[in-house]
Design a protein around this ligand. Structure first.
Ligand SMILES: [Zn+2]
Length: 241
């Protein structure tokens, strides 16, 4: 956490590894470079708000923040972010009255951020747990799970089927996917022995739990991981003609 995000945004060149307090042993085999050295690395796009923007210095946005954090989780580099300021930013995006999330500061609530923003809390929970944070709940994510379910179920359903951004907007596949994805996160905490459910309303509202990084069922993630573990790491050399 010694890598202050505003420093990385104002200095576009590589931050020396020594100044970030990191001592990695090898570059990431998949991107072929040190993650902090990549000019558009998500940690360089974390700004003073705490969230991540599209490029360094840009306004923090829920979609970019989820994709950036999930990419760092896949690369096992999420500790490069300022996790406390990220937590402060994302928890401030749940609307006090509506119960749903906004994508950016001072914007209106939108159903699709039920996934992009609420989906950050499981990733943050895991990252903070790995750092030994003793204040973490073992039954709930760090957002109001019932209020989010209320917004999705009562305000985002189209009576003719499908889900939407907010009342008055039309349904579409994008909002149907991400409202439901967010609803699954709001219903299920953790996995295995720590799994804890909060299902608002009738039992048939319950969705299957999803994997917090890949947003598909955990069984499908296991099958995909088993497949790719059997594949060799692609060569960084250009293929011979
Ligand atoms: Zn939306």
């Amino acid at each position: 956490l010694s890598l202050a995000p505003w420093q990385s945004c104002s200095s576009p060149r590589s931050i020396p590894m020594a100044s970030s307090g990191l001592a990695p042993s090898a570059p990431c085999p998949y991107v072929g470079m040190w993650v902090p050295s990549c000019p558009l690395s998500p940690c360089r796009c974390q700004n003073w708000e705490g969230g991540i923007g599209g490029v360094p210095g840009m306004e923090a946005h829920g979609g970019y923040t989820f994709c950036g954090v999930a990419a760092l989780v896949i690369l096992k580099q999420e500790h490069l972010l300022n996790l406390r300021s990220l937590l402060h930013w994302v928890t401030s995006r749940q609307m006090r009255f509506e119960g749903g999330f906004q994508g950016r500061c001072n914007k209106l609530v939108d159903g699709c951020y039920s996934f992009w923003q609420a989906g950050l809390l499981p990733l943050l929970h895991r990252a903070l747990h790995a750092k030994g944070d003793p204040a973490l709940s073992m039954t709930h994510w760090m957002f109001d799970q019932s209020a989010l379910q209320e917004y999705i179920l009562l305000c985002c359903q189209c009576p003719a089927g499908g889900l939407l951004d907010k009342p008055g907007k039309s349904r579409d596949f994008y909002h149907t996917c991400y409202c439901l994805s967010g609803l699954a996160i709001a219903q299920h905490f953790g996995s295995g022995d720590l799994h804890h459910e909060v299902v608002l309303g009738a039992p048939e509202n319950r969705l299957q739990a999803t994997h917090p990084v890949y947003n598909i069922t955990p069984e499908k993630v296991v099958r995909a991981v088993m497949h790719f573990l059997q594949q060799p790491v692609p060569s960084l050399e250009p293929a011979a003609e």
